[in-house]
Design a protein around this ligand. Sequence first.
Ligand SMILES: [Zn+2]
Length: 316
Amino acid sequence: MSKRISAASLVLLMTTAAAWAAPELKMDLPDWKTTPVVDRNLGHGVHMLESFGGNIGVLAGASGVLLVDAEWPQLNSRVQDAIARIAPQPVRYVIDTHWHWDHVGGNADFARRGALVISSRETHDYIVAAQRSAKAGDAQYFPDAAAVPAFALGPGTQRFYIAGQTVEIFHAPPAHTDGDLVVRYVEADVLQTGDTFFHGFYPDIDFEHGGTIDGMIALYDILYQMCGPRTKVIPGHGPVATREDLRTYQAMLRTVRQRVAQAMARGLTEEQLIASHPLDDLDKTWGGNLVKQPYLLAIVYEDLKLHALAPHVESP
Ligand SMILES: [Zn+2]
């Protein structure tokens, strides 16, 4: 999810002629002390830890533990406890799928215990920039060198060999952001998508940091090809998914994109688009979590406007 969002109440700041403000989701934070971290054992030493923030992937082996994403810092001790129940070895590597706080907030805690934090170059740069612009007292991205990834991956696919297994790190083309990493645990047949995929609810697209709905739609062809019929998919948020869930999600994204583009081609403003409720039929399936229809319409509208793609209407 974006650094701006996470749970129940939604505040949408809409475009006006005078001043434009990015759509914003405001979060209600949980009671951290009672927020569970649930362990899903996916086999071959790979686990998914599920809690309030982004899902964590864990690969445990004799030489140490590799983590993919690091959760909110308030949950760090619970995440550490969950990892300790999986394996006694220390966390050696933390891979950030992207820069949003609910995926990287725990970076510093793991780094101070000796882990190497790894990300894309874009994610590194966004975390550095966010720390530079943080104000005194901010609870997120406050200046802390330990929270900055120490190793940045370039384009293409990199491989880790850990615990006798192959972990492929794929730098995705722009989708949720332009620095998304997708992780494939080859022998375990598990794919971890980061926030390019929310299983069961509408997406967030960080168009201010290179994300695009067209990139999201295109990425699903790649993600599908990275999967076999029995692949378990760790989404950025939501429960473990299958290859077919990726296809279903892509179809929803296409429908949303098409309806927003059609409205823009007809000359609707963002406010008129939102007022027309074009996604009411989809809400039953996809609108039951954090991301609601008005927010999604606003970000897709702004994304298409930013990328000057409004006149193009994709066929269904
Ligand atoms: Zn995100």
